[in-house]
Design a protein around this ligand. Structure first.
Ligand code: PLP
Length: 398
């Protein structure tokens, strides 16, 4: 019996080491990784620059507390804010904590402007983390079940529906901010309409609301630019990120510009580990690796190679309801539940994930070669064909 609390249902495999886009289990079997630990190891496994930075930093100083100036944090902060076009950053340990910081920032900003009970607008289908506030901000009733009372102060709107936001604007004076993922990952890779996002930016400006993007999953090169908003031609006031920022070392960040950058003062917020020397040495190395944009520019190419091979190899076309993508973030929605596919994928020597019950989610590392991407796409097509051949839902639809 495992000593661990039963929060996960792990597949029966144990990984021993990784190398670029490959991982090897304890039996020495090799897998092509199309998931990157859920958008974390964007630079691939055992990236030499990150390994070296960690070895160097851990031999000198792992931790010292934010009671003291941390040079690695200052340096990672300068690189990240420059990359983001933001002014200041708070470092946390995870994506959920980065979003907690953003929610607290929005509330404090509102209080400073005389709003006593500020609310944050969030979207249906959103996922912002598993802490109580971020769980409450998310739109997944299943993972909220059993945890009431949830945290108050969120108002929900359908995604891509500007009129819903305008109605909230017309009827309430207590809105502090809009918090959204520009590409919803957990809900099945739903890319929000660019026109909608631009209109939300305008509405936030006219209403004096903060626009806050959760780029925990989309950030750090995943979608073909460092942050997704850099393809939109405008910036949010606050952006959060985590996951690939440390390429596997836990670190998150809440960045802000303008008025939002000056909201916190000493004592408002903090973390023991957040921004410690080890985590920031990893983030600094990651940011330096992305300096030349070479890997980031691979994101759409990998996806194009992977999907064209998938489509060319697929037999049961009617099994696929929709394919959605943003850079190297891919959702292949099947016409029925396919929760057993990650297990079947392991048997076929690849790693993938299923989200929202019926969407195959692929988040390949940016170091995957064209040939590996094509091989991966063909294997996914075989798995979908096998799924269709055995699926009752497919038999019903076909
Ligand atoms: C968009 C988004 N926000 C927040 C989180 C939570 O991040 P973490 O698991 O690091 O707390 C995730 C994790 O999947 C995410 O995808």
């Amino acid at each position: 019996m495992s000593a661990l609390m039963q929060t996960y249902a792990p597949l029966p495999v144990s990984f021993d080491r990784g190398e670029g886009p490959l991982v090897f289990d304890t039996e020495g079997r090799r897998y092509l990784d199309g998931l990157s630990g859920i958008a974390v190891t964007n630079l691939g496994h055992a990236h030499p620059a990150v390994t070296e930075a960690l070895a160097e930093q851990s031999a000198r100083l792992l931790h010292c507390s934010n009671l003291y100036r941390i040079d690695a944090q200052e340096e990672a902060g300068a690189l990240l804010t420059a990359r983001a076009g933001m002014e200041r950053v708070f470092f946390s340990n995870s994506g959920a904590e980065a979003n907690e910081a953003a929610i607290k920032l929005a509330r404090l900003h509102a209080h400073q402007r005389g709003i006593e009970k500020p609310r944050v607008i969030v979207l249906e289908g959103a996922f912002h983390g598993r802490t109580l506030a971020t769980l409450s901000a998310g739109g997944n009733r299943k993972i909220q079940a059993g945890f009431s009372p949830l945290v108050d102060g969120f108002v929900r709107a359908p995604r891509n529906d500007l009129s819903a936001l305008e109605k909230i604007a017309a009827s309430s004076r207590d809105v502090a901010a809009v918090l959204l993922e520009p590409v919803q990952g957990e809900s099945g890779v739903h890319v929000l309409d660019t026109d909608y996002l631009k209109a939300v930016r305008k509405l936030c400006d006219t209403q004096g609301w903060l626009l806050m993007f959760d780029e925990v999953q989309t950030g750090n090169g995943r979608t073909g630019s460092y942050f997704y908003y850099q393809q939109l031609g405008f910036a949010p006031d606050v952006v959060t990120t985590a996951k690939a920022l440390g390429n596997g070392v836990p670190i998150g960040a809440c960045l802000a510009r303008g008025e939002a950058a000056e909201v916190f003062s000493p004592g408002n917020h903090g973390s023991t580990y957040g921004g410690n020397p080890l985590a920031c040495a990893a983030a600094r190395a990651v940011l330096q690796c992305h300096n030349d944009n070479q890997l980031i520019s691979r994101a759409p190419i990998i996806t194009q190679q992977l999907l064209s091979s998938f489509e060319a190899s697929l037999g049961h076309r009617a099994a696929v309801a929709e394919v959605r993508r943003a850079g190297a973030m891919i959702g292949i929605e099947l016409i029925g539940e396919c929760g057993d596919l990650p297990g079947k994928a392991l048997e076929a020597g690849i790693l993938l994930n299923v989200t929202a019950g019926s969407t195959i989610r692929l988040l390949p590392p940016l170091v995957m070669s064209d040939e590996q991407a094509r091989q991966f796409g063909a294997t996914v097509a075989q798995l979908v064909d096998q799924w269709a051949a055995h699926s009752q839902q497919f038999a019903g639809a076909a």
